[in-house]
Write a protein that binds this ligand. Structure first.
Ligand code: HEM
Length: 390
């Protein structure tokens, strides 16, 4: 019997991979006393993500919550999911996102300049954190002076997700109220003065009547702000950590920057920013001779699937040229990450600029780095490094 991980244990957050390996050998784990099942193998994880009719993304709010927020697309099944997703999907197509490249490069250069000047920085604070926040804020149409506020909100929402399985605790009432007031003001302003931004697009969908209620609109804005920020931050910092731990692989990328996209796919596989997601079966499901009862919260360990030797030859080798590399880091099926093209673009530009302008990357502190304190995310809170300007 394998004990469920102690998700608050820093040692687990540092290295959850032995647990995943054990889990894969015994998958699925069904833990009735914890009301929890876990799935680890690539094929099973992929099959669950593809079968939304059996594996629902809806989670009832915890019993102590009296006024639960509207579920977002992430926590809805069709047809509600289809309707919500279709309202914003156009803004995130690869073609739409490509147009942002020059602006993303400009922001990246501005952020990197002081670090290059100093020859050192905390990569999280200097680049990995601010880049995605600034980009999504610009897409939505949020004024620069309000950006600092987002870190607080984003941290609060992420913390609320990580403490409970499935339901999670509620975002603190006062923080939710702040966000509600802020976006109410924002949307009222757009009703009076439409602009060419995503908030205006959503307000127009709301005015359309049936498509989007105000609470739905609010939840959508919160989802877009939060889903994309911490995850992309973690991709950018996990990439630097992976490169510094695999010098030969970094040397290949430095010699041939065309490898940056495939190197980033390998980072997504090897150090997945989102380690797990959850589903609940709508009926009793038989999986490898075990029954997962209807309604049981089931953790789908994307990060374990991403190191499954049945799918990835030599899964423990960090290989920047790996092909094919059909990792599950962005999920699969109808909930496949809406922001994947944007996250890939931001990370690519970040590394084109970083590797193009600096070399000789070294950590400037020893020992384990402080980690994002939730088991379903993998990332560090700080990454102090030094380098030489090219
Ligand atoms: C969904 C990962 C960046 C917005 C997902 C899912 C994963 C994921 C695994 C599927 C969850 C599930 O099936 O339960 C990531 C990673 C990112 C990233 C690893 C960065 C490296 C972004 C960005 C945005 C975004 C930049 C938005 C600007 C969303 C949304 C969904 C989603 C809206 C829900 C889609 C749906 O339910 O149909 N993401 N994400 N993500 N992601 Fe991302």
């Amino acid at each position: 019997m394998v004990a469920a991980p102690n998700v608050n244990d820093p040692a687990f957050l540092e290295n959850p991979f032995p647990f995943y390996e054990l889990g894969r050998a015994m998958s699925p784990l069904v833990l009735p006393d914890r009301g929890l099942a876990m799935v680890f193998g690539y094929d099973d994880c992929a099959a669950i993500l593809k079968d939304w009719e059996t594996w629902s993304s809806r989670f009832p709010p915890p019993p102590d919550v009296t006024d639960p927020p509207e579920p977002t697309m992430l926590n809805s099944d069709p047809p509600r999911h289809t309707r919500l997703r279709s309202l914003v999907s156009q803004a995130f197509t690869p073609r739409m996102v490509e147009q942002l490249e020059p602006r993303i490069r400009e922001i990246t250069r501005e952020l990197l300049e002081p670090a290059l000047e100093a020859g050192a920085c905390d990569l999280v604070a200097a680049l990995a954190y601010p880049l995605p926040v600034i980009v999504i804020a610009e897409i939505l149409g949020i004024p620069p002076e309000d950006r600092a506020q987002f870190k607080e909100w984003s941290d609060e929402v992420v913390a609320s997700l990580g403490t409970g399985l499935g339901g999670g605790r509620q975002v603190r009432a006062e923080v939710f109220e702040e966000m509600r007031e802020y976006f109410t003001r924002m949307t009222e302003e757009r009703r009076r003065h439409p602009r060419n931004d995503l908030i205006t697009g959503l307000v127009e969908a709301e005015q359309d009547g049936e498509r989007l209620t105000f609470p739905d609109l609010l939840q959508m804005l919160i989802l877009l702000l939060v889903a994309g920020n911490e995850t992309t931050t973690n991709l950018i910092s996990n990439a630097m950590l992976s490169f510094m731990e695999h010098r030969d692989e970094l040397a290949k990328v430095e010699a041939n920057p065309a490898l940056i996209p495939s190197a980033l796919e390998e980072v997504l596989r090897f150090n997945s920013p989102v380690q797990a997601t959850a589903r609940r079966p709508t009926r009793d499901v038989e999986l490898r001779g075990r029954t997962i009862p209807a309604g049981m919260v089931t953790l789908v360990w994307l990060a374990a699937a991403n190191r499954d030797p049945a799918q990835f030859p030599e899964p423990l080798r960090f290989d920047v040229t790996r092909s094919p590399n059909r990792h599950l880091a962005f999920g699969m099926g109808i909930h496949f990450c809406l922001g994947a093209p944007l996250a890939r673009l931001e990370a690519r530009v970040a590394y084109e600029e970083l590797l193009g302008r600096a070399t000789g990357f070294e950590r400037t502190t020893d020992g384990p780095l402080p980690r994002v304190p939730t088991f379903f995310m993998r990332g560090v809170l700080e990454l102090p490094i030094a380098f030489r300007r090219r």
